[in-house]
Design a binder for this molecule. Sequence first.
Ligand code: AMP
Length: 284
Amino acid sequence: MQIFKKKKEMNDISNYLKNKGKKIGLVPTMGYLHEGHISLMEKAKKECDIVILSIFINPIQFGPNEDFKRYPRNLKRDEEIAKKNGIDYIFYPSTAQMYSNNHKTYVRVMEIDEIMCGKIRKNHFRGVCTVVLKLFNIINPDVAYFGLKDYQQFIVIEKMTKDLDLHLTIRGLRTIREKDGLALSSRNKYLSSKERENANILYKTLIDTKKKILLSQGDISFIQKESIEKIRGNKYVKKIDYFDIRDAKNLDEIKQPKKGQKILIASAVFIGHTRLIDNIVFNF
Ligand code: AMP
């Protein structure tokens, strides 16, 4: 396994491998790897000849009061995990390598980047799209692997890929969870033990809400209110950014679900100072 810090080196090797007819899989991450990331690497390994893992904590997707500075970092640990999982190359650029002082170009997927996480985290998806498109251009993968835990991110990237005629396949893989249902996240490390015990309130409420929707005759607004109250009732929950029920394909809000409609329930909550997101998708 080799680590490249320079765009040019990464691009040269990708081009070389591509010209040899190799199928390249890319797993973009911000590092501090866990089983969620590993599930993406394993799938990429199965489907591609060469797997490239990128580790880059992208400053332009963080707001001024967010956790960019304290986001967990441990390259040595990530290297070991990557090696064990058969990664061929790690792309580990510095911020200066990715963004010149004179960087002026950003990519946006309009409207769907302004709801849910995008409503609260201004410019977040603009930062995500910009860095992901840059990674695609530098690495030129055939397939890129994303987690459905970040469901809105997945939809935004799929849309960008389609709208900009990018020639690669975007794969979305299921969320990997702890035994009690908490979705794995590098940010779980921030939780105190009491917060950790209570953090699965989010997943439990998502499951509970899904059951209620499936039993309902269609009016779901009071179900949503009940769910928000249930989460708010947990004393470790400091803030609820949103708890939305939407069409899973286009992210339109749903008032009255239709038979067979693919529904997304997605939420972001603060457990103490830690912002956690989670979602479930199911057919009505
Ligand atoms: P991150 O390092 O948090 O930016 O995540 C990198 C990739 O891993 C993204 O595509 C995430 O959606 C995915 N990912 C993060 N957590 C999980 C999880 N618990 N299960 C599956 N994929 C995940």
